[in-house]
Design a binder for this molecule. Structure first.
Ligand SMILES: Nc1nc2c(c(=O)[nH]1)N=C([C@H](O)[C@H](O)COP(=O)(O)OP(=O)(O)OP(=O)(O)O)CN2
Length: 241
């Protein structure tokens, strides 16, 4: 199972009736910078290795910008604009205009001001960064990611059964990342991962970690996540939920 996530922000005002239990909200008219996290999931990736191109979320970003940003949300929604109502509004938009047309991708979560994994609670995680270049083959002419370009990547490994991986595991992980990823052209350094999309890199790192790390008894790697940019990530894990 693959999941990808992207974060968006918009600034807006709202007022909710005093009777509505809206935590963190003062009574009366006020405003927020809303941070929206969208998580999409698919059992399989499609060429070049995407759940769906992050660019497919651009119309959603435009909608946030044109319809919700710098507005009074009471004028936009047809019910009091609580966080729950805003969440429902955003879900309906995403289901209708993004998810349904694919017939393949599902909307896993929409969060407001909660960019981390929804519904899974705190998990032990180890993060490592690397600086790398790549290009993605098979994209439409003019797609910026078809050009050779680079990112400051973050790779995160989630595991359970222990709160901290043993030093030997961390050394092995750091060693692999620094040899095959950091300072590399990923198309050449990890060709067996497939086109180096975030999804394919996350799957490759998950499988590498499961195979190569000597984990203590009862400890398992539960997921690997790769971020190319500050606002996006892709994650791979073997179990479905
Ligand atoms: N599902 C995926 N979509 C895209 C991936 C990917 O790995 N998985 N990768 C790319 C490109 O590598 C690109 O460099 C990153 O694109 P994007 O997230 O759109 O990055 P930006 O920060 O440039 O996006 P803006 O939101 O427009 O600033 C493309 N898609």
């Amino acid at each position: 199972m693959y999941r990808i996530g992207k974060q968006f922000t918009f600034d807006a005002a709202h007022a909710v009736p005093a009777a509505v239990d809206e935590r963190h909200c003062p009574p009366g008219l006020h405003g927020h910078t809303y941070t929206i996290g969208v998580v999409l999931a698919a059992e399989q990736v499609e060429p070049p290795g995407f759940v769906i191109d992050f660019a497919a979320l651009n119309p959603f970003a435009r909608h946030l910008n044109e319809v919700l940003d710098h507005r009074l949300l009471n004028d936009v929604l047809d019910q009091p604009p609580t966080h729950q109502a805003i969440n429902g509004y955003l879900r309906r938009w995403l289901e209708t205009f993004l998810v349904a047309p694919t017939g393949r991708v599902t909307l896993d979560a929409v969060s407001i001001q909660a960019p981390t994994l929804p519904g899974q609670g705190p998990l032990a995680e180890y993060e490592v960064t690397f600086e790398a270049a790549h290009r993605l083959p098979g994209l439409p002419i003019g797609h910026k990611c078809a050009r050779i370009h680079g990112h400051s990547y973050r790779a995160a490994f989630r595991f359970d059964g222990t709160s901290r991986l043993p030093d030997a595991c961390l050394a092995a992980l750091n060693g692999y990342i620094s040899t095959a990823f950091n300072g590399c052209y990923l198309n050449d350094s990890v060709p067996h991962a497939g086109p180096p999309t975030s999804e394919n890199l996350a799957r490759h790192l998950y499988e590498w970690a499961c195979k190569e790390l000597s984990l203590p008894d009862g400890t398992t790697i539960t997921a690997a996540r790769v971020s190319e940019t500050a606002s996006t990530w892709a994650e791979y894990q073997e179990t479905t939920w």
